[in-house]
Design a binder for this molecule. Sequence first.
Ligand code: PGA
Length: 249
Amino acid sequence: MEVIKVRDYNEMSKKAAEYITSKVKSSTCINLGLATGGTPLGLYKNMVLDFQKNKTDYQHVTSFNLDEYVGLSEDHPNSYHYYMKENLFNYINILKSNVHLPNGKGVSLKKECDHYDKLIKGCGGIDVQVLGIGQNGHIGFNEPGTSFGTKTHVVKLTESTRQANKHFFNDMDEVPTHAITMGIQSIMNSREILLLASGAEKGVAINKLLQGDLNEQFPASILQLHPNVTVIADEQSLTSHISIQDITT
Ligand code: PGA
């Protein structure tokens, strides 16, 4: 695992955007795995700025997002479809037909999950997967206790996750109870992983990721077995780990 230590959130976002755009520019066909949440917002902002300035071409790019809520339509402002359009897809020239997220409105969710894994495989697999990390080590919606062998699947959201999301909705009844997430195995199948972390609240998680044991109670620990992981983490998330040998700056 290579760790790139950066000063702060802005530097993390710029470095991550340089990383992704250089891959996009140097390939004739590339499959990106994308994430939502607060962490990658700065990455997407910098990708949009780069597109405006340097006209980086995305027509040969296919994207697969990690997860989506069950029951929200694509144009619901809290859906991840909407998030991706609002923060990235509407502002770069990626083809709409090349953009994929799990379908949380499908009649058979099981079929949607199987279809998503097949779609990724059929496109040749994910070249670079962008990940955030939860304070409890979750990746995607794979919470502690999820088997390392999972493929794309439906998860029941914990009450604390639903409570945390409540303020985005009119009332608690509207907060989704389930989501579809790429599984841990689906994530591990990516050829390369770029994990981003910023802020002191991610410190414990980053410590466990880099130095903890392999444990299904800490899903991100599986990344220790992946041959090609780059972590871009800011000083606050790395403060207790400055002795790590393989930090590059
Ligand atoms: P965050 O979430 O980016 O909103 O901190 C990270 C994650 O849950 O993967």
